[in-house]
Write a protein that binds this ligand. Structure first.
Ligand SMILES: *[C@@H]1O[C@H](CO)[C@@H](O)[C@H](O)[C@H]1NC(C)=O
Ligand SMILES: *[C@@H]1O[C@H](CO)[C@@H](O)[C@H](O)[C@H]1NC(C)=O
Ligand SMILES: *[C@@H]1O[C@H](CO)[C@@H](O)[C@H](O)[C@H]1NC(C)=O
Length: 393
């Protein structure tokens, strides 16, 4: 009997030990003094500090209510994997004063094994800012980015919504092994510079099963991006998925390995495009593949533009020095809202190499003449059906 009791006691101890190691310490902002519709900036900051210092996995929970946050700086490194479960709505201040160039409203930084998930919303409250703080040349850079992920690794973002960001919605810099799934981005079509997700200087990022409706690029890909996979994303309204612009700054790192597949574009200004500045700094972008895409009333569905020079900010006569190679556009179907459906304009200084097109079937039903395609400084390899015919201007 005595032996049996000891055995039981032992198994209880073992059970306890296991449940503690497997346990995730939870910090629920509503239990830490956060009241709905009040400002929980301090409560969140304290919850983060404790969670980040926890020797076992920790979780921050924002339950289903609306809370105001003036700014969230969630800095690592953390002692253990950390979760941020957002079921409610976090609201940014509608007044953008106090933010500097490049600031995030919410910033996750230097964290390994971060998981951000839930059905909640990061509400940037941008409506009052749209059209007020941007000029053509300053690009609203002082407005905050809704959510920044700086140097975040081996992490996942799932289910959340970014609403009405004042500037870019989501920006990833210096990330590795980071996935975005079932993410929603929503902002009005006329909101300036509200790119959905921007990736720069990052490796092995995936974006899947997401919906992005915004005023600027759906996804934009900056220099130093490697192994980016974008699949089953629906874009529109907005400006489409864009690699670049590249070549504007010195010392840009190469873009290598971008695949965009099984995506749908609805009423976007462009479909898939690569844009580089003329009169530019050196740069490289290679292994860029765009396949199985549906275009629904899209302007410029397939576009390489190495003469990207909005508002004459450059000398168009000097060619772009960004070298493009190994680029393919395959199995792209649907309708164009402009007659020039396939435009491959490469640099006169560095013609594009190894460009392949095929399986393109795009219709134009508008009144500005027949559907067209142009090629400049590129001789694409054509594989399979082409409408418009390749390089038929
Ligand atoms: C890419 O990142 C995912 C996590 O998003 C990870 O599971 C996978 O192993 C990584 N692949 C490589 C080749 O690093
Ligand atoms: C990314 O994932 C790969 C494969 O799992 C791993 O080898 C690599 O170390 C990870 N990168 C970082 C920065 O942890
Ligand atoms: C992408 O679309 C192609 C063609 O429609 C299909 O064969 C493939 O299974 C799809 N891939 C994914 C990951 O859904």
């Amino acid at each position: 009997m005595g032996l049996k009791l000891n055995k039981n006691a032992l198994s209880v101890l073992v059970f306890l030990a296991i449940s503690v190691t497997a346990q995730c310490v939870t910090f629920d902002v509503s239990k830490l003094g956060g009241k709905p519709n009040s400002d929980i900036t301090q409560v969140l900051a304290q919850a983060w500090q404790k969670a980040c210092a926890s020797p076992t996995s920790a979780k921050i929970v924002v339950p289903k209510s609306t809370y105001k946050v003036s700014r969230g700086n969630f800095l690592g490194p953390c002692k253990s994997p950390i979760e941020f479960q957002l079921d409610g709505i976090l609201q940014a201040p509608s007044n953008p004063s106090g933010f500097k160039d490049g600031d995030g409203w919410i910033t996750f930084q230097s964290i390994n094994k971060l998981s951000v998930y839930g059905g909640g919303t990061f509400d940037g409250q941008g409506k009052a800012s749209y059209g007020k703080h941007c000029t053509r040349l300053n690009y609203c850079s002082k407005l905050p980015i809704n959510i920044r992920f700086n140097f975040v690794t081996n992490s996942a973002v799932k289910g959340i919504t970014s609403l009405d960001s004042k500037q870019f919605h989501i920006l990833v810099l210096g990330g590795e092994n980071l996935s975005f799934k079932n993410v929603k981005v929503i902002a009005p079509e006329d909101s300036a510079n509200t790119d959905g997700i921007h990736i720069g200087r990052s490796t092995n990022i995936t974006i899947t099963d997401s919906t992005i409706q915004t005023g600027d690029d759906c996804i934009s890909v900056g220099d130093g991006t490697k192994k980016l996979t974008i699949t089953k994303v629906t874009c529109g309204p907005g400006h489409g998925i864009s690699v670049g612009s590249l070549g504007k700054y010195t010392n840009e790192a190469p873009v290598e390995g971008v695949t965009v597949s099984n995506c749908t574009f609805k009423n976007t200004q462009n479909g898939v495009r690569i844009k580089t500045w003329p009169d530019s700094h050196e740069g490289v972008a290679s292994d860029l593949h765009f396949e199985n895409l549906i275009m629904d009333n899209v302007g410029n569905p397939v576009l390489i533009d190495q003469e990207y020079c909005p508002w004459n900010q450059c000398k168009l006569q000097n060619p772009s020095r960004v070298k493009l190679s190994k680029v393919s556009f395959k199995n792209i179907k649907g309708t164009s809202s402009t007659p020039l459906a396939v435009k491959l304009v490469c640099s006169g200084g560095y013609p594009c190499k190894n460009v392949e097109v095929g399986g393109i079937d795009i219709k134009y039903n508008g009144k500005e003449g027949p559907i067209q395609s142009i090629c400049k400084n590129v001789k694409p390899k054509v594989s399979g059906y082409m409408n418009p015919a390749a390089c038929a201007h």
